[in-house]
Design a binder for this molecule. Structure first.
Ligand code: HEC
Length: 197
C-alpha cells in the first residue's frame, strides 16, 4: 500500500490499489470525450428515427422491400427472355460454352450424365428427342421442365443467360457418341432436320 503522506507522491495517484495496479486520476482526452458525446447524440437520433417515429425501415422490413424489388426485376427479365426465346440461336462463343459446360456438370449431369449419354434423363447426344429436336425446343424444355416426368423446371432457378449457355452447351453434344448411351425410349420421331446448320 502506498504511503498517503509521501511528499513525492504524484498528486493524481489515487490511494487504492488492486494486485499492485494503481489508478492515475488524470482527465480524459478531449477528443475521447467528444467521441463519447457524439455517440450518445447519435443513439438518441437513431432511436427517434427508427423506433419512436418509425421514419425508416428496420432491417427485416428493408429485406422484404428489396426482395420484392428484386423479384420484380427478375420477373421482367424472365418475361422478355421467354418472349425472345423463339429467336434465339445456339452460341458459339467458347466462353459461353465453357460457362454452359460448368452449369451442365453442376445441375444436369446427375440425371443426363456428365457426357450427356443419359441416365434418369434421356440421352442428349443421339438423334432422338421427346420434346422436339431444335434449339428452341430444348430451351423450352429447360425453362418449363417436364413436370411429372422428372425433368426439373429451371425458370427462375437459372438466369436467362445461364439457360442460354447450358442449352448452347448441350447443343455441342449432338452427334457425339459417349460409351453405353441410354437407348432411345418413347421417342417416336427421329430428329427433324437441324435448322441451324
Ligand atoms: C432430376 C433429373 C433431371 C435433371 C436434374 C435435369 N433433367 Fe433434363 N430431363 C430429365 C428427364 C427425366 C427428362 C425426360 C422427360 C420426359 O420423359 O418427358 C429430361 C429431358 C430433358 C430434355 C429434353 C430431351 C428430349 O428428348 O426432348 C432436355 C433438353 C433436358 N432435359 C435438358 C436438361 C438440362 C439442360 C438440365 C440442367 C439445367 C437438365 N435437363 C436437368 C431429367 C432431368
Amino acid at each position: 500500500m502506498s504511503d498517503p503522506y509521501d511528499p513525492f507522491k504524484d498528486p493524481l495517484l489515487l490511494d487504492h490499489e488492486a494486485d499492485g495496479i494503481r489508478e492515475l486520476d488524470n482527465t480524459l482526452p478531449r477528443w475521447w470525450v467528444w467521441l463519447f458525446n457524439i455517440c450518445i447524440l447519435f443513439a438518441v437520433g437513431y432511436l427517434g428515427y427508427y423506433h419512436v417515429f418509425h421514419l425508416g425501415d428496420l432491417q427485416a422490413a428493408q429485406y422484404v422491400r428489396e426482395n420484392k424489388q428484386g423479384e420484380a426485376v427478375k420477373a421482367v427479365a424472365l418475361k422478355s427472355f421467354e418472349e425472345s426465346l423463339p429467336t434465339l440461336t445456339p452460341s458459339k462463343d467458347p466462353a459461353i460454352l465453357d460457362h454452359g459446360h460448368a452449369i451442365f456438370l453442376r445441375n444436369c449431369a446427375p440425371c443426363h450424365r456428365a457426357d450427356g449419354g443419359g441416365l434418369v434423363g434421356p440421352n442428349l447426344c443421339d438423334d432422338y428427342w421427346i420434346h422436339g429436336s431444335n434449339f428452341v425446343d430444348n430451351l423450352r424444355t429447360i425453362v418449363n421442365g417436364v413436370p411429372g416426368k422428372g425433368m426439373l423446371t429451371w425458370r427462375g432457378v437459372l438466369k436467362p443467360s445461364e439457360i442460354h449457355a447450358v442449352a448452347s452447351f448441350i447443343y455441342t453434344l449432338r452427334g457425339t457418341h459417349p460409351p453405353n448411351p441410354k437407348p432411345p425410349e418413347n421417342q417416336s420421331q427421329p430428329a427433324a432436320p437441324n435448322i441451324y446448320e
